[in-house]
Design a protein around this ligand. Sequence first.
Ligand code: GDG
Length: 466
Amino acid sequence: MNNNNSNRLIVVTNRGPYNITEVKDKWKFEKTIGGLTTALLPVLKQTAGLWIANGEPPGFYPHSSGHFDFDLRYIGLTPEEILGYYFGFSNDALWPLCHYFLGRVNFNREQWEIYEKVNQKFAEVTLEEAKPGDMIWIHDYHLARVPLYIRAMQSLAQIALFWHIPFPSPEIYRVLPWRKEILQSLLACNVIGFHIPEYATNFIESTIELLDATIEEDRVCYNGHTTKVIARPIGIDYATVDKEARSRRTENHIRQLLDTLRGQALIVGVERMDYTKGVLERLRGMERLLELHPEWHGKVTLFQIVTPSRETLEAYRAKKREVDEIVGRVNGRFSTDVWTPIRYLYRSFSPSQLIVYYRAADIALVTPLRDGLNLVAKEYVASRIHQDGTLILSEFAGVRFQLPEALMVNPFSVDDIANVLQQALTMPKEEQRRRMQDMQARIKLQDIKWWAQEFLEQMTPLRLPA
Ligand code: GDG
């Protein structure tokens, strides 16, 4: 429980920042993987607040335990709850819907009811911890019903929510059977944030169309309450990435990696295994490049890192099988005694290992079919300490607005991917530098601290320490 008198930041997320296990009577804390953890850890460290999430073992882990600089409370959910709320309604309904994959959407009333129950549980735990004046910052589509439950129990609560994935156009959104319930809850927030103006506009238009809400400047008015809607793309911890990219350890690992390539150009792709990330299409694009440009045979390698994700869902297991198959096909077609065009790494890496790949790669191929923002693109840019290298970026990633100097590609077009790869492989260093410098300047300025500050400023006098 919080005995501190000052107002504090309470972050509420589905997944916690650490996997906690007991090893020889001692707690072992292992960082979890994903965009949200990467982004929020530095914010929580700075504000010394409280992080509430689903996690095991349930309980309260005070910052005084010395493991981290903030308090942590884990809610233990049952396997049935996780199945219905997380794998079910969150990732088999909302996730595909918001990423415009209507064919993959699976609506199920039982899962919705479990989602409701779990969201209510999150709200109750949050109010057990929150004191008047604390700022409650909820994250993402897993917890869309939490604001309404909190508001019903605590009418003066300060509630913000950041939606990390796309908010689809009203035409897509209104397919959702519980479209009104989700919107009504989001409008119980004081502030709701999206990465880019397009998602904010989609949200506002949906509230007008489905709830008859009214708009006053950047606020949506509904049911006697107003909600401020803002668009701020999440940032990365630029300084930390930059420092790691310059370290001697990174330098040594890059040398070892490049030795294995003997002067070949290196392309890198990094993502969770997810059908939205366009890995399959990208591998086909690589295949097309090798068909169209035999001059690159033996001279270019794609390192495709894929982190296992949501393996309980058949859609994710099926995607992995397809990726395995195409890697085998392309390598079977083009490999020689001394060259393998695609090196496919299906496992997790540490952040510093990822930075080695970013720094070593001449090209980053970031081609999601739809992505809320995309942090990998930013991490690649931040790692380029010599200000060279080329970022190839999907037209359907939210981050395109912050990185317009990237080479844009239509990830659905295999030919476009091949052509843009050819353009990147032949881009003069001077042009690479011009583009990279501009991107770095923006990503450095609009880093994670900037994002958190911009968001928190909308709420209370709560500020990050300088
Ligand atoms: C959601 C939205 C939005 C990846 N593999 C490993 C690893 N990662 C890290 C990357 C990056 C993060 O995970 C992935 O972030 P993305 O933004 O690319 O994608 P999502 O996980 O889908 O994130 C997305 C984000 O939320 C933030 O709002 O940008 O649009 O979908 O940081 O480096 N990290 C480690 N090992 C790996 O193997 N340690």
